[in-house]
Design a protein around this ligand. Structure first.
Ligand SMILES: *Cc1c(COP(=O)(O)O)cnc(C)c1O
Length: 365
């Protein structure tokens, strides 16, 4: 049997008739920029997050950049974040001229260790940017408590975690601004690039709307320097179809993850450990092993694709050489990068495919 790491075609084949109708509507309307589909997906995402406002933009990276800028973060400021994430998290911080300060993570759920944040706070610290890695919420109660104590802003990088919840509160409602990505492989993906910023603050909302559109509030009246960073109507139309399925798809991811966690008995594999009170949406299913390269090779020989997220932590990336970090600075992160790998997980995986992954691992201990 062949099990691919991700198969986007299966999902498209399931919903293609709906998608094609909605795309044709956009095409015949010729209303391509900031039309009804964008307004609708903004309303739907705000509702999903239990937040007041959402502003769509071109991608998750832009969402992070504009969120930082809207909160007044720039040159000379420090933003505390994690090194165990996709490059864009810290890239956005550097892009606005601020300095990413990396804290180590927890072995249990690979998220930033909230107990190490306070020791990193200086008089330059302006914000904390937690990342809900692989769809698992950070300990936002604790992070927000620290932010309040030191008067810091919080920006959630929720790009991998749409639909997840911390103590029954959806991610996206747990910070000053939350950022989402609709990159095709994300739990809610469009058919190109897309992003969203979510907030409860009306002034920030107004600012974000201007920022994505050259600083315009009223047509051709520019109040500030902005960006050209909009979600287009075609992508919004796709998202308006797909968002109706998100809960079902996330539940299916959770069911697959449960099977992996209870049925994989291979002693070479260490499972992640998540807080019971949180709802994790398993953007990826990542495990640890001292024997990673052999297991990956074995799975590959049996037709099962795997992935490694992430092999190099951000503090050791060449692009961040200038920050002055070296190997040994973040031991939990560094060890994890040597041991972690991901098994296939996507809603359209069949039970047989999940069983095959489990059996293959259990038969080769
Ligand atoms: C995908 C992702 C981003 C960036 O999103 P794009 O839409 O690709 O720009 C940022 N942070 C994390 C954690 C991501 O997974």
């Amino acid at each position: 049997m062949r099990v691919s790491f991700l198969d986007l075609k299966r999902q498209y084949n399931m919903i293609s008739s709906e998608i094609d109708v909605r795309l044709n509507e956009v095409l015949s309307s010729c209303n391509f920029i900031l039309g009804p589909n964008v307004s609708l997906i903004e309303k739907q995402i705000a509702k999903l997050c239990g937040a007041s406002y959402a502003v769509a933009c071109a991608n998750g990276t832009d969402a992070l950049v504009m969120a930082l800028e809207a909160l007044g973060i720039g040159a000379g400021d420090e933003v505390i974040t994690t090194s165990f994430t996709f490059f864009a998290t810290a890239e956005a911080i550097a892009r606005v001229g601020a300095r990413p300060i990396f804290v180590d993570i927890k072995e249990s759920d690979y998220n930033m260790n909230e107990n190490l944040i306070e020791e990193k706070i200086t008089d330059k610290t302006k914000a904390i940017m937690p990342v809900h890695i692989f769809g698992a919420p950070c300990n936002m109660s604790k992070i927000n408590e620290i932010a309040k104590k030191y008067n810091l802003k919080v920006i959630e990088d929720a790009c991998q975690a749409i639909g997840a919840a911390h103590k029954s509160e959806p991610v996206g409602s747990l910070s000053d601004i939350a950022c989402f990505s609709f990159f095709p492989t994300k739990n809610l993906g469009c058919y190109g690039d897309g992003g969203m910023m979510v907030t409860d603050d009306y002034e920030i909302y107004e600012k974000l709307k201007m920022m994505r559109f050259h600083g315009q509030r009223i047509k051709y009246e520019n109040e500030m320097m902005g960006y050209n960073s909009r979600l287009d109507e075609m992508q919004a139309a796709i998202l308006n179809v797909k968002i109706a399925y998100l809960d079902m798809w996330n539940k299916r991811r959770i069911a697959i993850a449960k099977r992996y966690m209870t049925e994989i008995k291979n002693k070479d594999i260490l499972m992640p450990l998540y807080r019971e009170e949180d709802s994790v949406v398993f953007h990826l299913f990542s495990v640890k092993s001292d024997n990673r390269e052999n297991l990956i090779k074995l799975l590959n020989e049996k037709g099962i694709e795997t992935g490694i997220y992430y092999r190099i932590p951000l503090h050791l990336q060449r692009a961040f050489e200038g920050l002055g970090y070296s190997y040994g600075d973040l031991p939990v992160t560094e060890t994890l990068c040597d041991k972690i790998f991901s098994l296939p997980i996507y809603p359209e995986m069949t039970e047989d495919e999940v069983s095959y992954v489990i059996e293959t691992l259990n038969a080769n201990m």
